[in-house]
Design a protein around this ligand. Structure first.
Ligand SMILES: *Cc1c(COP(=O)(O)O)cnc(C)c1O
Length: 369
């Protein structure tokens, strides 16, 4: 009997051959055109991505962290301003906030969803000496947080709402796509995201044309016209034409890829482990970016899965309020649910190119946890 191979946590080299051929031809087209920055593919992808999302505007930038920084700057975050966010989502918002000289204020999470809720948000802002300028709602693991309820609290306090959709692109909030219940949303096209480039990329999307225009100016030196600097906080944060051309090939495949991810997650949901729980369940409001278990016995669970030949990861092993930021000391925060989640979460393989046999093996392995 041959022993079954290892199941990697993720494997981007499994790109289907018809997709890699389509990408190669798109890349050849860009090379022949001689137009490498802010060209026709870039313009077309902004239009196509906005249309897919049902947003008035999409603005491409260099990566998802720049998207967060520029979105926060667009809604008016300046040095010294407070930005509320969760501490269990990889610190991207903390990094973006610090780049503006802002101060992250951490909010605890709902123990069942591991997301911000209106209640945890309201509790976090209750004791603050000044009202925060913005809140960043992170749709972690691809599941939509209750942005409508959070935005209602934010509106009462004059707080702007940014949604981080880097893990949730394609998730539907009822009739509309997720990301449109706040002022502006951000995403990343990092290769492992559900809509991934072959390099870095990011975007903001919004129904507010003045916010979109602000990001368009900031991504290119703060120019209001060529060579004329008219907006603060300018820099170069452009996405290149090659990535835009590649993303134009991949965008029409996103819904099917998300459907495959959800189908895999549904198989995992059929397992009944005694000592672990899957955080999410499949629905149109969940892109199944990651399949995440919580378990009080994470180290043992990881060892058992490793012994079964299954790769795992932890998203994320250090909460933001426990990071040793070299240039900044987080405000003191009591985040018991966040601390528990940080010790308990375990991600198992979930990517569209897993074979059905591999999915069954992962399911059987988690069934035994
Ligand atoms: C990946 C990610 C980011 C950062 O995107 P980059 O393109 O890597 O800068 C931000 N937020 C979330 C939730 C992410 O998953």
């Amino acid at each position: 009997m041959t022993s079954p191979g290892r199941i990697p946590f993720n494997d981007l080299s499994r790109m289907p051959t018809d997709l890699s051929a389509a990408i190669a031809s798109a890349v050849a087209g860009v090379i022949e055109s001689g137009w490498f920055v802010l060209g026709p593919n870039h313009a077309a992808f902004e239009t196509e991505f906005a249309a897919y999302l049902g947003a008035r505007e999409a603005v491409l930038v260099a990566n998802g962290t720049d998207a967060l920084e520029l979105a926060l700057a667009a809604v008016g975050v300046e040095a010294g301003d407070f930005v509320v966010t969760v501490a269990n989502a990889g610190a991207y918002t903390s990094v973006a906030t610090r780049l503006l000289g802002g101060v992250p204020v951490y909010c605890d999470i709902d123990p069942s969803t591991l997301l911000m809720s209106a209640e945890t948000f309201e509790a976090a802002i209750a004791g603050l000496p000044i009202a925060p300028k913005a809140v960043v709602v992170t749709h972690l693991y691809g599941a939509l947080a209750p942005t409508g309820a959070i935005a209602a609290v934010a509106a009462r306090h004059g707080i702007r709402v940014v949604e981080d959709c880097a893990q949730s692109i394609g998730a539907r909030a009822g009739e509309r796509m997720g990301g449109l219940a706040g002022d502006i949303a951000t995403t990343s096209f990092y290769p492992t995201k559900n809509l991934g480039a072959l390099g870095d990329g990011g975007a903001v999307f919004t129904d507010d044309s003045s916010l979109a225009e602000a990001v368009r100016q900031m991504r290119q030196y703060g120019w209001t016209a060529k060579y004329r600097i008219g907006r603060a906080h300018g820099r170069n944060s452009r996405m290149d034409e090659l990535q835009a051309a590649i993303l134009r090939v991949k965008l029409p495949l996103l819904d099917a890829a998300n459907e495959r991810r959800r189908a895999i997650h549904t198989v995992y949901e059929s397992a009944a482990p005694i000592g672990a729980r899957l955080v999410n369940s499949s629905s149109p409001a969940f892109t199944a970016h990651l399949a995440v278990l919580t378990t009080e016995h994470r180290a043992t669970a990881r060892e058992a899965l490793d012994a079964a030949g299954i790769g795992t990861d932890v998203h994320y092993p250090i909460a933001d309020h426990r990071q040793a930021f070299p240039d900044f000391t987080p405000l003191p925060a009591e985040l018991p649910v966040t601390d528990w989640a940080t010790e308990s979460v375990l991600s198992i393989p979930l990517f569209p190119e897993l074979t059905d046999d591999e999915v069954a093996r992962v399911r059987d392995a988690i069934d035994g946890l």
